[in-house]
Design a protein around this ligand. Structure first.
Ligand code: SF4
Length: 262
């Protein structure tokens, strides 16, 4: 299963030069990537074991439409079993394709900080950390050390209220858990994070309430959708355009102006 299509609202494509992972914190308990490897077991003969896919390394070179690309939706790029030389190759491809924006998300903040000085942080790399509960806000301190053009948080699955210091952070994504075992999200937690992003002037994206499947609860928060993107995305689009996605491009620009009432 190497298709780049995705239903993830804050990105256009996925690129998985590795698949598989191991669990590190409570947000991993019902990992959707692991669930997909079980559901589509023929496409994942190695199951959820960390597997390198060097044949996929050059895929983005062939994607000509400027896109937001989520790197490793099926894994964690900073997993300890991803060799440094392989990481360097991934960073080289990202640098060689400046028409794309790459969105990397990790829960391995220690390895991220350790390797940060040895990696080339091109202007099209956005770096993010997952923060599912207050106990993991230390990942944000690690993220602040990364010289990426955009630093973002994915608070999904949101498992507690969060008090966030958003200094140096450009974008916060929030979402509830999906799947039959989903842990419920409290709407007050979401309203509170929204308020903190507004006070600290950070873009806010509410992905979903969650439920038995990702779209079960929709994404309306008190009658509004919140799908803001960091300003760097508009700048990137101005620089590189999005010819094939012009309609989508227009609607996203409208959304970025703040909110769209339903
Ligand atoms: S770090 Fe991400 S991919 Fe890895 S087990 Fe946890 S949720 Fe799944």
């Amino acid at each position: 299963m190497s298709s780049s299509r995705t239903g993830i609202e804050w990105t256009d494509k996925t690129w998985n030069p590795t698949t598989g992972c191991t669990k590190v914190s409570p947000g991993c308990r019902y990992c959707y990537a692991e669930a997909l490897t079980k559901r589509f077991s023929k496409s994942f003969p190695q199951g959820f074991e960390m597997t390198l896919h060097p044949e996929r390394l050059e895929q983005p070179l062939h994607w000509r439409t400027p896109s937001r690309i989520f790197v490793n939706s099926m894994s964690d790029l900073f997993h300890e079993d991803v060799p440094f030389s392989y990481l360097q190759e991934i960073f080289r491809i990202m640098q060689e394709t400046p028409w794309h924006v790459y969105q990397i998300l990790t829960k391995r903040d220690q390895r991220l900080v350790e390797l940060m000085p040895k990696l080339n942080w091109a202007d099209n790399i956005w770096m993010g950390v997952s923060v599912e509960s207050q106990a993991y806000t230390h990942r944000i301190d690690a993220l602040r050390q990364i010289p990426s053009v955009v630093r973002f948080l994915s608070c999904e699955p949101l498992l507690s209220s969060l008090q966030l210091n958003l200094e140096g952070i450009d974008w916060v994504i929030v979402g509830g858990e999906s799947g039959f075992n989903h842990r419920p999200i409290n709407p007050e937690w979401v309203r509170d994070i929204l308020q903190q992003t507004q006070e600290q002037k950070v873009a806010f994206f509410f992905k979903q309430w969650g439920g038995n499947h990702p779209k079960a609860g929709g994404n309306l928060l008190d009658g509004f959708t919140w799908e803001q993107m960091p300003p760097a995305w508009d700048i990137h689009k101005l620089n590189f355009g999005q010819k094939k996605n012009s309609k989508q491009h227009k609607s996203r620009l409208e959304q970025n102006s703040l909110v769209s009432a339903k």
